[in-house]
Design a protein around this ligand. Structure first.
Ligand SMILES: [Fe+2]
Length: 501
């Protein structure tokens, strides 16, 4: 029940008007709601005479009015002009109160918006992945305007296509986005529409260089109230603030994809040089990322590790094909030529000014913990973590791939050799992470290709084998008997570490 009282915080004027009518015109006044029920005024006695008349108060909504009464009809009629004058003054007061109330509500909303923006800015700070950025924005705005679901859909003509759901199965996005109301467009504005399925939707455009590339849509189920003009304004304001960042992120992401594709093209060019190492750089990148994940390398750093892995053998472009594809043992001179490839990689990458940790990873991937590696003979912690990871991935792929001078080794033998090289050739933690990644993925997809491509004896025995090997790796048990395996590797080159070249 809303009456005049609800809109007047200070009731002094109201009481003065009522007292004036009683004192000078013998009229009693009470406040009533739209049903005619009396709303008692605090500190004022609600009394009535037998002859009554209702005077409505005109307002945005029906808030009832006042009921005046007198002993006789004649008294009431005589007082009516004075009652009307008093009510006019009361009405003006109510209008002022309403404006003030609306201003207060607006200020509270603005304060809510500021609070929301501050929280959102904190959550978005440092997020570089556009997809993650969109998910956070959908989630935060969705909560703020009490949406049941939301999604981002971009067409991806120039940049990548995004389909990002919030509280919605991703497969529903296509059907929702084909709704004729959405397809008809919103002319670059934020709008409220009702979809064919009865859902209320706030739709806001996603722009890229003044062109609309998609939209962000917030949804409410048909059995709920539709979005309000305030919800629309809220989404529009937030969108205008986040859009420039979003555009920059999408542009940055497109450049990054272009950069990664260039790196992959380079890696493919190196792999193509030698039919026997076809796909080597790609597999090394895959294993390296799997190891990196196990070592808890952050999502921001993993792409750098992947890039370093793709480029680790870039310098082989400068090694003659007759040496690379030679069927049989390399001479000392030939091996010396092979050993130059990390330095050649460095030379190729120098003008690009890549971060040091990427360049160092490619430069050091043939270093050994015991200092017997090349090109610098670095030891232990002098070798970067990325290089240690790529070293394990590189040797594993080299051993399990066919070479002009030998068949591919079984995975079991390759892993046994790697296990044997712990603390001398390889970092024990890195080897452990690799075993762990392989064990996780026996039935998973990430490294599923490893099992399909490689020569396993018994896949179901892989877990048991890896567990046994891990025990050997971390325990102080006797080393595996790998003498025969080691000697077979020594056939490949004069150095003990030559299987990956
Ligand atoms: Fe290499």
């Amino acid at each position: 029940m809303r009456t005049i009282s609800h809109f007047l915080t200070d009731k002094t004027f109201l009481k003065k008007v009522f007292a004036y009518l009683e004192m000078h015109h013998e009229v009693l006044t009470v406040i009533v709601d739209k049903e005619g029920r009396i709303d008692p005024l605090e500190g004022w006695e609600s009394r009535e005479h037998p002859e009554k008349k209702f005077f409505p108060i005109a307002f945005d909504e029906d808030i009832g009015g006042v009921r005046c009464s007198a002993e006789t009809q004649a008294l009431l009629e005589a007082a009516e002009p004075h009652i009307q004058l008093s009510l006019d003054a009361l009405h003006r007061l109510l209008e002022k109160a309403l404006v003030m109330q609306q201003s207060m509500d607006e200020m509270l909303r603005l304060s809510d918006q500021l609070h929301f923006l501050f929280g959102l800015a904190n959550k978005l700070a440092g997020v570089q992945d556009p997809e993650k950025y969109c998910r956070l924005v959908l989630q935060e705005i969705g909560r703020a305007i009490n949406a049941d679901a939301a999604f981002v859909y971009t067409r991806g003509k120039k940049s990548q296509q995004w389909k990002i759901p919030y509280r919605l199965p991703i497969q529903d996005i296509d059907a929702l986005d084909k709704d004729p109301v959405l397809l008809s467009g919103s002319d670059g504005k934020t709008v409220i529409v009702t979809l064919q399925n009865g859902m209320s939707a706030v739709v806001t455009p996603i722009q890229e260089k003044e062109e609309q590339i998609g939209r962000m849509v917030f949804l409410r189920k048909p059995d709920r109230s539709v979005f309000s003009a305030y919800d629309k304004k809220f989404v529009s304001i937030i969108n205008s603030i986040i859009s420039p960042t979003m555009e920059t992120l999408v542009l940055y992401h497109s450049l990054h994809v272009l950069y990664l594709n260039t790196v992959k093209a380079l890696a493919a060019a190196i792999d193509a040089k030698d039919a026997y190492t076809h796909g080597h750089s790609f597999r090394v990148a895959k294993y390296s990322v799997a190891i990196g994940r196990k070592l808890k390398i952050s999502d921001e750093e993993l792409p750098d590790l992947e890039i370093a892995a793709y480029m680790h053998d870039l310098g082989k472009i400068g090694v003659s094909e007759s040496v690379l594809a030679k069927p049989g043992k390399l001479s000392a001179a030939e091996f010396e030529e092979i050993k130059k490839h990390p330095l050649l990689t460095n030379k190729i990458l120098e003008p690009i000014h890549l971060p040091d940790f990427i360049v160092n990873a490619t430069l050091q991937h043939h270093e050994r913990l015991d200092g017997r590696g090349y090109p610098f003979g670095l030891k232990g912690d002098e070798i970067s973590l990325f290089a240690k990871i790529i070293a394990v991935a590189d040797v594993f792929d080299a051993l399990t791939s066919a070479r002009p001078y030998r068949d591919a080794m079984t995975v079991e033998n390759a892993l046994t050799i790697i296990c044997h090289g712990k603390d001398t050739e390889f970092d024990r933690k890195v080897v452990h992470a690799f075993f762990s990644a392989l064990r996780d993925n026996v039935t998973d997809h990430d490294l599923a290709g490893v099992y399909a491509d490689l020569k396993f004896m018994r896949l179901e025995q892989m877990n048991q084998f890896l567990e046994k090997l891990t025990q050997r790796l971390i325990g102080d048990q006797a080393e595996l008997n790998t003498k025969s395996l080691t000697s077979s590797r020594q056939h490949e080159c004069p150095e003990s570490r030559s299987s990956s070249l």
